[in-house]
Write a protein that binds this ligand. Structure first.
Ligand code: DQA
Length: 147
């Protein structure tokens, strides 16, 4: 079974509590359980990781080399300025899909820029937690085409 890594960045540990009008009521634990089950239904094995720390996220991306067929990442606010996370993604030969729960383009101007997107296969924004499921389905199709 192909393995995917889900990385959620800073403040996403507070999902369900943090600005629920923007990010919804689902907690990170519920999200991770739902996505793990959804991945399994699609013959994929999902590992979940969350950190508020840039270096820990970079280490997780490096460690994904040789271990995972794809990474789904919501880098939180790091999206908008972390060249270090961008370089980590560019340094490993693992395809990455960027996901945002909210529609960053409808929000403050600083959220309109992603320094991560240019090194990703694709980006899904504004569809709530469904965006993560769409990323799993995109990987499923991509992995079937690239066996
Ligand atoms: C977010 C959008 C970011 O701008 C914000 O800093 C987050 C969450 C999203 O999922 O919509 O922490 O990545």
């Amino acid at each position: 079974m192909s393995k995917l890594l889900l990385i959620n960045g800073p403040n996403l540990n507070l999902l369900g509590v943090r600005e629920p009008g923007i990010y919804g009521q689902t907690t990170l634990k519920d999200l991770e359980e739902q996505l793990t089950a959804f991945a399994r239904e699609n013959q994929l094995d999902l590992s979940c990781f969350q950190s508020n720390h840039e270096g820990a996220i970079i280490d997780a991306i490096h460690d994904a080399r040789n271990n995972f067929s794809g990474i789904i990442i919501n880098p939180g606010a790091f999206t908008h300025y972390s060249y270090a996370i961008r370089d980590a993604i560019a340094s490993v030969d693992v395809p990455v899909i960027e996901v945002h729960i909210s529609n960053v383009h409808k929000r403050e101007e600083f959220r309109h820029i992603s320094v991560i997107a240019p090194v990703c296969e694709g980006q899904i924004v504004g569809l709530g937690i469904t965006g993560y499921k769409l990323a799993i389905l995109a990987f499923k199709e991509w992995l079937e085409r690239n066996v």
